[in-house]
Design a binder for this molecule. Structure first.
Ligand code: NOJ
Length: 552
């Protein structure tokens, strides 16, 4: 079937279901709640939804530990609610993509239960190894969440590999039967009508033969041997050839540690195995490799990442653009400023929404939700955060360790969406499953809908503008003032149409600088975040978008 690449004209919204909206009053977000908010998403200008996992799961990693791939968890409303949301989305012209998590399953998945008992054909569904002599682990690889990557299983009498939590055993993708299972899952959801997949750590699914010890990496040992492993392209091509090619669908690969050059080996058009990539380079402007190793924010690092993806994919592949998701703290608290919450939220929106690619907005980003800061470590839910708190930086005082979590924890962005200034931020009529960020009285959808200058209304305007201008979809990208550590300036050009985006990342006024060749007297100022402009100065976190052409 023809692959029409419909996603290129769209803006997506990510729903992390537990915290989006509770429709049945049990305290947990669900699909009934999503159904009620479809018109809200439509009004925002959203054309597609990415659902973080909705499948039955014990919840060891908030749904990324799946125990049944062909069903929807009862707490989210089961299949009935899902079908209703799918129809409701399609009726409104919105696409729906699911999260496909097949690097690992839950240890409560029946496949794992049978595999540990060596029941055929499941014996080799996972990566099992005997220990080495003297009780040593099969190799020295680290897991990303909980210590080493191996767990001894009493039932089987062997170790199994878990690159993530202990309760997330890695599947053995080298086993053709496992690949058949993946294809069944893909086909099942596509036949049900979903429009594609975001594929969780998909570049991890092929491990280097022999699982050698890693003597190169100081931490995250093993990643060089399981990321972009030896058979990765073969397996992804197989999934494409045997299933995805039959549908006009979209696939989005989550890919830690990937450069644009490497990305092209997966997503170059027209024959790429996948369509877009979630890259991490633009998520590392205030940290080293992961949010946990915090560094001062560097705009130059951010710009280098953005511009290199813009330039190196241009004409060859399509970018996925994002500022937030469920794995990173909130962007205003990271790259913007909580003091200038609204201004910096708007500036950040303009900084990424006019780049070339398909933008994704994470729930709550559009109203400027900021990091949650619990007073006690026990309040954290996330498996990775808990492990880091308990096992790292033990030399620091409790207060310092907690502050480190405020900056790094995934829970910083997992609190319920703030819908109103009422009880529980209007998220639920029951007892919320998780804490609500206490700024909900000021930061909430209801208040922002009423305020024409709110961040929410800015997002609506920016998204509508992006869709109305051909230059945003197809224009070439150029960056200016690349060495500046306070301003991000870029243009988009398509024939006579031009767009110039000015962004100040400074918390004080800076001189306005217009690159040569742009005559502002002939331009239309199509978007801005301050109503009063100064002739020669940009105010803190100011953004302006100028347009030349006839498209407005
Ligand atoms: C990436 C997902 O985005 C994250 O939330 C999850 O914990 C890991 N993969 C493991 O599935």
């Amino acid at each position: 079937m023809e692959h029409t690449r419909w996603y290129k004209d769209m803006v997506f919204y990510q729903i992390w279901p537990r915290s989006f909206y509770d429709g049945d009053g049990d305290g947990m977000g669900d699909l009934w709640g999503v159904y009620e908010k479809l018109d809200y998403l439509k009004a925002l200008g959203v054309d597609g939804i990415w659902f973080s996992p909705l499948y039955p799961s014990p919840g060891a990693d908030c749904g990324y530990d799946i125990s049944d791939y062909m069903d929807i968890a009862p707490e989210y409303g089961g299949m009935e609610a899902f079908q209703k949301v799918l129809r409701g989305a399609h009726d409104r012209g919105m696409k729906v993509i699911m999260d496909l998590v097949v690097n690992h399953t839950s240890d409560e998945h029946p496949w794992f239960q049978k595999s540990r008992r060596r029941e055929e054909p499941y014996t080799d569904y996972y990566i099992w190894r005997p220990g080495k002599k003297n009780g040593k682990l099969p190799n020295n690889w680290d897991s990303c969440f909980e210590g080493k990557a191996w767990q001894y299983d009493e039932v089987r009498g062997e170790y199994y590999m878990h690159i993530f939590a202990v309760k997330q055993p890695d599947l053995n993708m080298d086993n053709p039967l496992v690949r058949e299972e993946v294809k069944k899952i893909l086909r099942f959801w596509l036949e049900l009508g979903v429009d594609g997949f975001r594929e969780d750590v998909i570049t991890y699914i092929s491990k280097k033969e022999g699982l050698p010890n890693d003597y190169l990496m100081p931490a995250n040992k093993g990643i060089l041997y399981y990321n972009h492993g030896p058979h990765i392209h073969e397996y992804l091509t197989e999934f494409y050839r045997d299933v995805l090619a039959d549908f006009d669908c979209m696939t989005l690969a989550e890919a830690p540690l990937v450069s644009p050059k490497k990305a092209l080996s997966y997503i170059a058009e027209p024959d790429g195995e996948m369509d877009m990539m979630i890259q991490f380079q633009s998520m590392c402007a205030d940290c080293l490799f992961t949010d946990y190793i915090h560094m001062p924010f560097s705009l130059r690092k951010l710009k280098r990442a953005w511009s290199s993806w813009q330039k190196k994919l241009d004409g060859k592949a399509w970018n996925m653009l994002y500022l937030e998701n469920h794995d990173h703290p909130r962007i205003i608290s990271r790259y913007g400023s909580e003091r200038f919450r609204v201004e910096s939220g708007k500036m950040l929106a303009a900084a990424y929404l006019f780049q070339k690619g398909t933008p994704f907005v994470y729930q709550g980003q559009e109203i400027g939700m900021t990091n949650w800061r619990p007073q006690s470590p026990d309040m954290y839910e996330d498996v990775q955060t808990r492990w880091q708190y308990e096992h790292t930086a033990l030399h620091l005082s409790e207060g310092k360790r907690l502050r480190r979590m405020w900056l790094a924890s995934r829970d910083s962005a997992r609190t319920p969406v703030q819908w109103t200034a009422g009880e529980n931020a209007g998220f639920t009529t029951g007892k919320p499953w998780f804490y609500v960020n206490q700024n909900y009285r000021e930061v909430n959808v209801e208040a922002e809908e009423k305020d024409p200058d709110s961040l929410l209304n800015f997002y609506k305007k920016a998204i509508a503008l992006r869709k109305s201008l051909e230059v945003v979809r197809g224009g070439s990208y150029r960056e200016y003032h690349a060495l500046s550590s306070r301003r991000y300036t870029y243009s988009r050009t398509l024939g006579k149409e031009k767009l110039l985006v000015l962004c100040s990342f400074a918390d004080e006024p800076i001189p306005l600088r217009i690159p040569g060749g742009f005559d502002l007297s002939k331009a239309e100022l199509v978007l801005r975040n301050y109503s009063q402009l100064q002739e020669k100065t940009m105010r803190p976190y100011e953004t302006r978008v100028y347009y030349w052409g006839s498209g407005v």
